[in-house]
Design a protein around this ligand. Structure first.
Ligand SMILES: N[C@H](CCC[C@H](N)C(=O)O)C(=O)O
Length: 277
C-alpha cells in the first residue's frame, strides 16, 4: 500500500507524521528504522502517529517512535506539530486538543499566530519516574560516566532526561558524553541527555543528545527538563527562553506540582506517499 504522510519540524527536530485514523497500516520496528534513514528512506528524528483515543475524554492518541524504532512516552516538539497536523488534515477544528500519550495526557493549544502552547504536565524528579537507579530523590545526582564524576539533574517529562550544566554548550563534549549518558546502566530504559548553559535566570542555551535518535536540532521535552532542573536548583526563574541550535522555545513553570508549559512553532514541510508492506 501507499502510506500518506506529512513531513514536519519543530525548530529543526523533524518528523514524519502519519494519520492512522483514515488509513490502516502497521509499521514494524525495522520499517520505522528504514523510513527514518536520511539516505535510503524519508529521514526523521521521530515518527508521530495519530490514532483514535482509547480514553473518551481525549481527542486523539499520540504515539511516538524514535529513529531506532523504539516507541517512547513523549515528544514536545512533536506535540506542537501533531496539533498543527490534525487541524490541517481536518481531523478536528478545535484549537484546544487533548491527547493521550504513553507518558500521560497533554493539552495542545493552537494560537491565532499558529504557535502552539503545550501543557506538558508536572515534571517528576523521583528517580523511579524515569526510571533511574538511586537511593533517593535529590536535585543533583553524582554519576560516574567513563571515569568522569558528573552531577546531573534527573527528571521525567513522561520520557526520561538527565541534565548536565556546562559552561559553554558549543564546546560541550555532546558527541562522546551524550551516548555515554544515554546508555549509562543506571538508566534501565536509557535516557535523553541535556547539556545546559545558564545565560541568565530567564535564559539558557541547550543541546540535547536524544535517546534513540542522537543529537537533534531541538528537543521540546529536553527544554522542559532543563528548565525544571534549573528552577529547582535556583539557577533559573520562570519564564525561561531556551536557545536550541534550531531556535527558541518559551518554557514556564511555577514549581512544585504545577504544570509546565512550552510554546513554540510547528512547520509543515511537504506531503508524500511511501510504499509500505
Ligand atoms: N524530540 C522530542 C524528544 C523525543 C524523546 C525521545 N528521544 C525519547 O527517547 O524520549 C521532543 O521534542 O521532546
Amino acid at each position: 500500500m501507499l502510506l500518506h504522510f506529512t513531513k514536519m519540524h519543530g525548530l529543526g527536530n523533524d518528523f514524519m507524521v502519519v494519520d492512522l485514523i483514515t488509513q490502516r497500516a502497521r509499521l514494524r520496528d525495522e520499517q520505522i528504522r528504514a523510513l527514518a534513514d536520511r539516505r535510503f528512506g524519508i529521514g526523521f528524528d521521530q515518527l508521530l502517529v495519530v490514532e483514535p483515543p482509547r480514553d473518551p475524554d481525549m481527542d486523539f492518541r499520540y504515539r511516538i517512535y524514535n529513529a531506532d524504532g523504539s516507541e517512547v512516552e513523549n515528544c514536545g516538539n512533536g506535540a506542537r506539530c501533531f496539533a498543527r497536523f490534525v487541524r490541517d488534515q481536518r481531523l478536528t477544528h478545535k484549537r484546544e486538543i487533548r491527547v493521550e500519550t504513553a507518558g500521560g495526557p497533554l493539552t495542545l493549544a493552537v494560537g491565532e499566530d499558529e504557535r502552539v502552547t503545550v501543557d506538558m504536565g508536572a515534571p517528576r524528579f523521583a528517580p523511579e519516574a524515569l526510571p533511574f537507579e538511586a537511593d533517593e530523590d535529590r536535585p543533583l545526582h553524582a554519576l560516574d560516566v567513563d571515569g568522569r564524576a558528573l552531577e546531573v539533574g534527573v527528571v521525567s517529562m513522561g520520557n526520561p532526561h538527565a541534565v548536565l550544566r556546562v559552561d559553554d554548550v558549543d564546546s560541550a563534549p555532546v558527541a562522546t558524553l551524550g551516548p555515554a549518558i544515554e546508555h549509562h546502566p543506571r538508566f534501565p530504559r536509557r535516557v535523553n541527555a541535556g547539556f545546559m548553559q545558564v545565560v541568565s535566570p530567564h535564559e539558557i542555551r541547550l543541546r540535547v543528545y536524544e535517546r534513540g535518535s542522537g543529537e537533534t536540532l531541538a528537543c521540546g521535552t529536553g527544554a522542559c527538563a532543563a528548565v525544571a532542573t534549573g528552577i529547582r536548583l535556583g539557577w533559573l526563574e520562570s519564564p525561561v527562553t531556551v536557545h536550541l541550535p534550531g531556535g527558541d522555545l518559551e518554557i514556564a513553570w511555577a514549581g512544585g506540582a504545577s504544570h509546565l508549559t512550552m510554546t513554540g512553532p510547528a512547520v509543515r514541510v511537504f506531503e508524500g506517499r511511501v510504499p509500505v508492506k
